[in-house]
Design a protein around this ligand. Structure first.
Ligand code: GLN
Length: 250
């Protein structure tokens, strides 16, 4: 019997820069610990099962992400999964569409509403290496290692009161919030914000794939999928992953 069912959600429209690899990393890290794991791929216009153990959603182009948002809103399976507390990882366009609204194709598009956030357009593309220090917000409380990835987006994501940043930017642009700290007296959470955490959703602009570059984040998601603490998961030493981190994390 498969112990862990990993959902790879809409890879036909969302999955740029190898984001599908996040599901592969989860499966591999589970199997290396002797936990049987399978990836269940859900394509556009197929129903999203709400009973999977963990969900991965990747980034994508503007037109593709509009299709994805429309499907997820109509289907509601992912929303039910989130309400049931099932962990969801969303990357870039995935982050944008899980918010309340985003700009794409020259218009404002409704998001799925799992993250209290809206995404507006940037004048200049945010592209390059990205690094942050985890905030430890909500379900990411056990994260301690710096987060590293690659970003490429035209969106600036402004978080509302119910969402917290995943990290504080130390390199790159992150959510690109355009707020001046003085305009948001008392609320500095927007400043240098990267990604979002709300309920069981963890979202980031980081490609990489992010779980290949950040094994601690991968294990946090695995632990949550299994209903245990990160600290309870048997440590895994993978030499090539350690080398990758040494190369990328400054
Ligand atoms: N289309 C979105 C943007 O440009 C998301 C891009 C992505 O997922 N890499 O902001």
């Amino acid at each position: 019997m498969t112990e862990l069912n990993i959902g790879l959600i809409l890879p036909d429209v969302l999955g740029t820069y190898g984001d599908d690899g996040n599901a592969l990393v989860l499966r591999q890290r589970a199997r290396m610990r002797g936990i049987s794991a399978e990836i269940q791929t859900v394509k556009l216009n197929e129903p999203v099962p709400s009973s999977l153990d963990v969900y991965c959603i990747g980034g994508g182009e503007d037109t593709a992400q509009i299709l994805a948002a429309e499907h997820l809103i109509k289907d509601q399976g992912l929303v039910r999964a989130a309400r049931a507390g099932r962990p969801i990882l969303a990357i870039c366009a995935g982050l944008q569409i899980l918010g309340d609204s985003f700009r794409a194709g020259g218009r404002v598009v409704d998001g799925v509403g799992l993250i209290d956030a809206t995404t507006v357009s940037l004048d200049t593309r945010a592209i390059g290496e990205s690094q942050s220090v985890p905030t430890g917000a909500g379900i990411t409380a056990e994260l301690t290692e710096p987060l590293s990835g690659f970003e490429n987006h035209m969106g600036s994501t402004l978080l509302g009161g119910d969402a917290q940043p995943l990290g504080k930017v130390t390199r790159g642009m992150g959510n690109c919030d355009t707020y001046n700290a003085a305009d948001i007296a008392g609320d500095y959470k927007q400043k240098d914000a990267e990604g979002a955490v709300q309920g069981s959703v963890i979202a980031t602009y980081m490609h990489g794939p992010v779980l290949a570059r950040n094994p601690q984040l991968a294990d946090l998601l695995l632990a949550q999928a299994m209903g245990i603490k990160l600290a309870e998961l048997e440590p895994l030493e993978i030499e090539s992953v350690a080398r990758l981190r040494k190369e990328r994390v400054k």
